[in-house]
Design a protein around this ligand. Structure first.
Ligand code: SF4
Length: 417
């Protein structure tokens, strides 16, 4: 049994992607380990410091979502980060011993910036009706750009755009806007559109929200979150690995400078959910393409009907290809194996229509969500009682955090009050 710690930022209602990527794993972990799961409300401020109106409501929704999914306060300690002020104190002390370069060089900080800029550019171009074809590049980038710009005017390949942007972002210190412009024009996008997009990148608000000390230093707060409970393992996706490494480095540095207090936690690698949103893009609130755990039956039915299918299958008697169909991606997870096999065969032989195929999926999704909905109703009827669970959990966490801080202050020879 290990001491495990994991948290989630309260940014809104949870969707199926959250369930598959995080909650499902937590349900297993709480059976085997000493788990602490926390609502990371301070972390929600790192890039959303302007929008605090809905923070309390988001915390409430998170409490309801976790408990209705079966996260069990009898098995795990559930708490709210900002209720344990010791996290902030330890984070401050850690910030004194953390070289700035560790944060600036943190690859996930750079990746987040890259993703933000890239997402903006992609969405901007998509909004301008620039068709994006998803074709992985199979040849040298420069040759491919030549070919794409020569033959397919006004079309870009998503991968090439990514590559173009990647080069512009990483090859120079900042973004090489001139080079980016040239490449986009080479890719066949109208000069006017390119200029508008790049101008917004250069001068606009993109990225401003993460140009703060809080955002740069959030891995230090994360290290404090983990080490204050002397957690031995932290479930993370691959993109979070550098943060765990940083936590280990901070622990090592502290132990070397003062006393050996902190363990070096290990990362428990978890797979990110591959379930796409109903439009095929990554499932996300901001794309308005998510199926929420709190969606009622009618909403789920409607969203499933809107799902994109094999674009080549225009008529009912056209054979389809389930491999390129989003509905099928969902079937693989929510439908039993025999039916999935049957759908695969019938789709390829045009023996089933997409509407019928979607009806089967909607039924299965609703069957999966029904028990969660039932529990949600119970919790909503008496929310204060369930909120109390988190208050008690926060007290429990605080007692441990407070003990660690006494040790830390002693080790650092700080004034005792
Ligand atoms: S029959 Fe089902 S799997 Fe095949 S294209 Fe239609 S929705 Fe997708």
């Amino acid at each position: 049994m290990k001491k495990v710690l994991s948290g989630m930022r309260p940014t809104g209602k949870l969707h199926l992607g959250h369930y598959l990527g995080v909650i499902k794993n937590w349900l297993e972990l709480q059976e085997k380990h000493d788990c602490k799961f926390f609502i990371a409300d301070w972390h929600a401020l790192t890039n959303k410091y302007k929008q605090t109106d809905d923070l309390k409501e988001n915390i409430k929704q998170m409490i309801i979502d976790w408990l209705s999914c079966g996260i069990d306060p009898e098995k795990a300690t559930l708490f709210i980060q900002s209720g344990v002020k010791e996290h902030a104190e330890l984070s401050l002390l850690f910030s004194m011993i953390t070289p700035k370069s560790w944060l600036e060089l943190n690859p996930s900080y750079k990746d987040l910036k890259f993703n933000l800029y890239y997402q903006y550019l992609r969405d901007f171009l998509a909004g301008k009706q620039v068709k994006i074809i998803q074709t992985p590049p199979s040849e040298d980038f420069d040759q491919a750009v030549e070919r794409a710009s020569g033959k397919v005017r006004n079309k870009i390949f998503e991968e090439y755009l990514r590559e173009a942007f990647f080069r512009a972002f990483y090859n120079k210190k900042g973004i090489d806007f001139k080079g980016l412009k040239e490449t986009l024009i080479k890719l066949g996008i109208q000069k006017k559109i390119v200029e508008e997009a790049v101008k917004n990148l250069e001068e606009g608000d993109v990225g401003k929200d993460i140009d703060t000390l809080g955002f740069l230093a959030y891995p230090v707060l994360q290290a404090a979150d983990i080490l204050i409970y002397k957690a031995e393992a932290v479930p993370v996706g691959e993109d979070q690995l550098p943060h765990i490494e940083l936590t280990r480095e901070i622990a090592r540095r502290f132990n070397n400078l003062y006393d050996s207090i902190f363990p070096e936690p290990e990362a428990m690698l978890t797979e990110e959910s591959k379930l796409p949103g109903i439009d095929g893009r990554k499932m996300s609130k901001s794309y308005n393409n998510a199926i929420y755990l709190s969606d009622d039956q009618q909403t789920v039915n409607k969203k499933v009907l809107e799902m994109k299918t094999d674009p080549q299958r225009v008529r009912r008697n056209d054979p389809g290809n389930p491999e390129v169909c989003i509905v099928y991606d969902y079937h693989r997870i929510f439908t039993d194996k025999d039916t999935v096999k049957d759908i695969d065969k019938k789709c390829r032989n045009a023996e089933i229509g997409c509407v019928d195929c979607k009806k089967i999926l909607a039924q299965n999704l609703n069957r999966f969500l029904d028990p969660i909905r039932e529990r949600r109703k119970e919790i909503e009827k008496d929310l204060p009682t369930y909120e109390k669970i988190f208050q008690e959990g926060t007290e429990k966490a605080k007692a441990i955090a407070s003990e660690t801080m006494t040790e830390v202050r002693k080790a650092m020879r700080l004034w005792e009050f």
